[in-house]
Design a protein around this ligand. Structure first.
Ligand code: AVJ
Length: 322
């Protein structure tokens, strides 16, 4: 049976999010290079594993970015106009925004994320700690155009996009995201954005293939999730985690490698794997300072300032909308 017919006939009873997940999984697993989107990593177990990743000795991005935001808080604050509204794209934990809010002159905070529940809980905690800050959580897909809450429309806007989440986008998508952020925030708005930097493979690869095997569990959790939510029968012991650095494309790639010839069943479809065949699960693009600046300029932003740690592992950029 044609896979699309299979999904349509068998997913009509699923809720809309699960049906979309089912379509994406079937579509991705029937390509010549099998692939799954990294956006599906973050179920409850995956979100917890990601927090564990950020604490690994090998995973330098989170602690390095926090160090830059902390050490440069005063300089970053100078670029935030008085009474600004800070719009965070893909807001999760509030650890990073708290470093900017400590600078005091922020009037409103708009955390934007698909997962509405989590940002509401986080926003409540933030509101308790910053009673004079107006917090307006917004449940939206931040990769698509969305309207800002009316209450912040007349305030100067500052976008905040930490964590090198930009690295998950293909270069074309990264450019489109920055263009759409400019449209949402408006001319003259500023944006503070964290971007991971290219570096020696001997540092990059272990960050995505740690000794304790946490990233491996994070990657394999995608198969656990497909088994549980979509009723597939992936044998977890027959797949292994692999992280490689693709130097030509400037990106870390994560894959799940089939350890033998095998067939997996999903919605009545038989999905065949040859030994050594992979499912490509994530790209994490790394930039040079110059390549990020060029990308920002192409998307209608002017680079203002940038900060790195002493070892130039990670960068934080301030850009202004043309
Ligand atoms: C959340 C996309 C920034 O690419 O470093 C961490 C995700 N994947 N380890 C990254 C991730 C494996 C992370 N981002």
């Amino acid at each position: 049976m044609n896979v699309h017919v299979a999904v349509q006939t068998q997913t009509h009873r699923l809720d809309p999010n699960t049906a979309a997940f089912a379509r994406d999984v079937l579509d991705g697993l029937t390509r010549s290079q099998k692939e799954l989107s990294p956006k599906y990593f973050y179920d409850d177990a995956g979100s917890e594993l990601f927090v564990d990743i950020t604490r690994l000795p090998e995973y330098y991005p989170t602690r390095t970015e926090l160090g830059i935001l902390h050490d440069r808080a005063a300089e970053i604050a100078e670029l935030i106009p008085p009474d600004a509204a800070v719009v965070e794209f893909g807001a999760g934990a509030t650890t990073k925004i708290r470093l900017l809010l400590a600078a005091h002159q922020v009037a409103a905070y708009v955390p934007v994320d698909i997962s509405g529940d989590f940002i509401v809980t986080q926003a409540e905690a933030l509101q308790r700690d910053f009673p004079r800050l107006a917090v307006h959580p917004l449940a939206a897909d931040f990769t698509k155009p969305f309207a800002l809450p009316p209450a912040v429309r007349d305030m100067p806007k500052v976008g905040f996009f930490p964590g090198s989440t930009l690295g998950n986008f293909e270069p074309q998508e990264a450019r489109r995201f920055l263009e759409s952020a400019r449209d949402i925030l408006g001319r003259g708005a500023r944006m503070i954005i964290g971007v991971d930097l290219e570096k020696d493979e001997r540092v990059l690869v272990p960050a995505y293939d740690d000794a304790a095997g946490v990233t491996a569990r994070f990657n394999l959790n995608l198969l656990i999730r497909i088994n549980r939510e979509l009723g597939a029968n992936f044998d977890l012991s027959a797949f292994a985690h692999r992280a490689i650095y693709n130097r030509d494309q400037h990106r870390i790639e994560m894959h799940l490698v089939s350890l033998r010839d095998q067939t997996v069943h999903l919605f009545g479809e038989r999905i065949g794997f040859r030994a050594g065949e992979t499912i490509h699960t994530e790209n994490s693009y790394k930039y040079s300072l110059a390549r990020f600046r060029t990308l920002a300029q192409q998307a209608g932003w002017t680079p203002m300032r940038c900060w790195t740690d002493p070892d130039a592992m990670f960068s934080v950029h301030a850009i202004e909308a043309d």
